[in-house]
Design a protein around this ligand. Structure first.
Ligand SMILES: [Zn+2]
Length: 211
């Protein structure tokens, strides 16, 4: 079985419509990359940072994983994919911004919220989404009797905050933030409205970004 024909067709469209007109720009990529922003987003197929920010190649350094989670700083022998990408973006690329972008209807957040029921199974997902346990605890505290929808949304917001907090446990991040060389931002994306809310660092509220 080959790769899906849809992808081959898409590749040919890319070659003709994207690469060919910008070939000079692409050829300069041989010299390196210089993105200014690291985006940590969910792997969800509906949440594509390049599409949402209308960004071309070379503009965004993107890490995607289940629920846009950042683990805390743990310099052990573990296989820390997110931490390695973060380290590269901060120390080698010198990004000025790190954006954690969560989203609506996030299955990873949902799994974490429902983990105590014992229904979340697998070799890797349960321990991974447990990184967001503080978000689940916040939901229990703040919305113990809320609707499923309200609890899910709050869980998504609080999960973004867990990742932002964990980012600050990395000395390379904390030092640059304290020196005002790096800023951290939280965004929440509605997969069906196609709209973004930005977390206000003063109030902690997520506010709609105007069109
Ligand atoms: Zn998700």
């Amino acid at each position: 079985m080959g790769i899906p024909q849809k992808l081959v067709d898409g590749y040919r469209t890319f070659r003709q419509e994207q690469y060919a007109p910008l070939a000079e720009k692409y050829l300069r990529f041989a010299e390196g990359q210089n993105p200014d922003t690291l985006i940590i987003a969910c792997a969800d197929s509906r949440v594509d940072p390049s599409v949402i920010f209308a960004a071309g190649p070379g503009e965004l350094f993107v890490l995607r994983n289940v629920a846009a989670l950042v683990p805390p700083y743990m310099p052990d022998q573990g296989l820390h994919g997110v931490s390695a990408g973060l380290e590269f973006a901060v120390t080698a690329l010198n990004v000025s911004h790190i954006i954690v972008m969560g989203h609506g209807l996030c299955g990873g957040v949902n799994a974490c919220l429902h983990a105590p029921s014992g229904n979340v199974t697998g070799d890797f997902i349960p321990s991974w989404v447990e990184l967001a346990a503080p978000a689940r605890e916040a939901v229990e505290r703040e919305l113990p009797n809320g609707s499923d929808e309200a609890r899910q949304r709050l869980g998504e917001y609080r999960t973004i905050e867990v990742s932002l907090k964990n980012l600050m446990t990395f000395p390379i991040v904390r030092d640059r933030v304290e020196a005002s060389k790096l800023s951290l931002h939280g965004l929440w994306y509605s997969v069906y409205e196609g709209s973004l809310k930005l977390r206000d660092p003063e109030t902690g509220k997520f506010e709609q970004i105007s069109d």
